[in-house]
Design a protein around this ligand. Sequence first.
Ligand code: ADP
Ligand code: MG
Length: 371
Amino acid sequence: MIELKQVTKQYPGQALPAVDQLSLSIPEGEICVLVGPSGCGKSTTLRMINRMIEPTSGSIKINGNDVMNTDSDQLRMGIGYVIQQIGLLPHRTIAENIAIVPRLYKWPKDKIKKRVEELIVMMGLDPEKTRDKYPSQLSGGQMQRVGVARAMAVDPPIMLMDEPFGAVDPIARTHLQDEFLRLQKEIKKTIVFVTHDINEAIKMGDKIAIFNAGELVQFGTPEDILTNPKNDFVENFIGHDRVVKKLNLFHVEEAMQPVGCIVREHELQGAAQKMRDTGAEVAFLLNEAGISCGHITLADFGESGDDSERLKKRVLRTEKAFVQTTTSLPDALSRLLEYDVDYLGILKGEELRGMLSFKDIRKHVYRKEGE
Ligand code: ADP
Ligand code: MG
């Protein structure tokens, strides 16, 4: 969809180019994150896509059309653009701010009004309380939402977002990220997203382009990059907790294994035999109501075998050791450590769907390593 070929930007009077011989294909309908340290050329790259900055050499094509052959006003009106400073006009209301581009397109008044309402709702804001306010009357998070709404006003297929959630506190930022990812599942825009934060890149990106000093160092999915960082720069940029970051890409659903042995609580005594028969290391227990209530391992039976009070205590220790299928792997790992258990039961609602051990997490994380 967006194709950069050998793009270089040399600002006058600068020793080195801000962007150097950059070639990059940005796929349609995905979020492509440009990430790297401050000054590495991310914003320059972004702004060359909508011709706010013109490249010194090289070509940028959108759907096969060279941006340099496209009228720059037309080009910019057709591409949503969100920046960290948000850039709302202070003396215009929120509704007027969102309506800027539709007005340039000379949409009829009622169509604009309808679209503005729709966008305010889409951004999780209340139209009654929002539309007639001025930007200074909103919180940082609300302003960023309005910034995104404005960029989406005419439903452009492409959005350029330059540190769009940078100006808010970490909690509001997490909310904005989550909401935006949810929205993107529906709108499927082609998004070029700039950040200097590797965690944000990993979370938001279908693809990540890592920049250093004007050059593209590595391009790939978050999993590719976390699995096989191309060089020391990428490795350092990701940080020492590379594998823990990789855990964040997965949910327990993907890493769990089936439960091999299920016994009723009142059959606890017979669990060891059943485990031996089925070759299972662990049995999950259901209470009279059929609800999962814990697990027991072969090791818990020990030598003496049948001391039922002791066994019950062992089971009781695991009564909280359950998580839902949608839990992230880092959260599951934390639970394994918190409850000091070797297994977690994986539930969907109340139904036992699988189990997860340290070993399963390890296997999942390394499944592509070293390929
Ligand atoms: P990033 O967004 O990755 O922080 P930029 O693309 O803004 O980086 O800048 C890349 C490099 O180009 C930096 O060294 C910056 O100082 C320089 N630069 C950016 N804009 C200009 C400009 N208008 N004139 C001269 N140098 C610039
Ligand atoms: Mg920048």
